[in-house]
Design a protein around this ligand. Structure first.
Ligand SMILES: [Zn+2]
Length: 349
């Protein structure tokens, strides 16, 4: 797995240019300059280890228990449809199943449809799935993940033109959020919870600016429900692999440092500090980037990034992204942390 195809690592840019010129696009330059300006500002966020405020413990309420077995079964089910490549029947079938599940948990569900054009000229109808719980509550928290899978295995050595199973990228995020949705019906939170499943995240090309995350980009420019606002957002991507590491990612630090600290602190307090590292990773262009930048909702990304190898999970964008690499303990760490965060959230703005 190489991060560079999709994501832009500010710190390593020049090293990368020397060794990987063919993989890099100068289209990132404008965005890079923005980051340089940001990076030049003296700020405690630029230290390589972020503050661990473990001495300031939060008071935690009793949250429901996240069931990793149930969450795991949601991954099994998604994979049983086949690759969820936008424009295919498997994708439609999985969408209908997700909607049915969310409605069975009492959510008000909307599907935002649009015809979008990919970087290689394909016109594809997308479905962003939006599920709202506790509509009467004015303060809202947004949870999200993409639900489509990549149509090719460009990081694999074989069968690169065939689609990947996408167990971790991105069935794991959907599975964690469905398990959270399952708890909401009988255990109301003090705030409204909105779950967004973004479509067409993973059909991009790193040489083409803004070619990933097409579903979330569309939503950010055309929010639905109209005038939607949330206090903050948490996006999940690749949250099910064994020995996952979630460093504090650069875009999240820039736009939503307070949210990041709250979530990481919560994870540490309830025993999942081995996954949530108080270490920074470079900015990553994922769905949360557009939610921050265009929709203006401070949103973090919980995303697997092995800092020592400068890599996502090992099987990223290969056929090896299958059930074998999923670890229920990772699903539990992420899901329980999220449940704790949302049940701890007070109704006051
Ligand atoms: Zn991906």
């Amino acid at each position: 797995m190489q991060t560079y195809k999709r994501f832009f690592l500010v710190q390593n840019k020049f090293v990368f240019l020397r060794h990987n010129m063919n993989k890099f696009s100068f289209l990132w330059t404008v965005w890079f300059m923005e980051w340089v300006l940001f990076a030049c500002k003296p700020s405690p966020e630029n230290s390589s280890i972020t503050q661990n405020n473990q001495n300031n413990k939060m008071t935690l309420v009793q949250a429901p228990e996240f069931h990793q077995d149930s969450s795991y079964e949601f991954i099994v089910k998604q994979l049983a449809f086949g690759p969820r490549v936008p424009g295919t029947l498997q994708h439609q079938n999985c969408r209908d199943w997700i909607i049915e599940k969310l409605e069975s948990y009492g959510a008000k569900v909307y599907v935002q449809k649009a015809k979008l054009r990919t970087y290689n000229g394909k016109e594809i109808e997308i479905s962003n799935i939006i599920a709202q719980f506790f509509l009467e509550k004015p303060k809202r928290v947004m949870l999200s993940a993409h639900w489509d899978t990549r149509p090719f295995a460009d990081e694999d050595s074989i069968d690169q033109s065939k689609p990947i199973p996408g167990a971790n990228d991105a069935a794991s995020g959907v599975a964690v959020l469905l398990e959270i949705a399952r708890h909401l019906q009988n255990n109301p939170t003090q705030v409204g919870i909105d779950i967004f499943f973004w479509d067409l995240e993973d059909m991009g090309n790193s040489e083409v600016e803004d070619s990933y995350c097409l579903g979330s980009q569309y939503w950010a420019k055309n929010p639905y429900p109209t005038n939607y606002q949330a206090s903050y957002g948490i996006n999940l991507d690749m949250v099910g692999a064994q020995n996952a590491q979630f460093p504090q990612e650069g875009v999240s630090i820039r736009y939503a440092k307070g949210v990041l600290d709250k979530v990481w602190q919560t994870a540490h307090q309830i025993g999942y500090g081995a996954y949530f590292l108080f270490q920074q990773s470079a900015p990553i262009i994922d769905d949360h980037y557009y939610i921050n930048k265009i929709a203006g909702i401070p949103t973090i990304d919980i995303i697997h990034k092995d800092i020592s190898k400068d890599h996502f999970f090992e099987q990223w964008h290969t056929h090896g992204d299958n059930l074998e690499i999923i670890d229920k303990n990772t699903l539990k760490a992420v899901g329980q942390t999220l449940l704790q965060v949302i049940y701890n959230e007070s109704p006051e703005f």
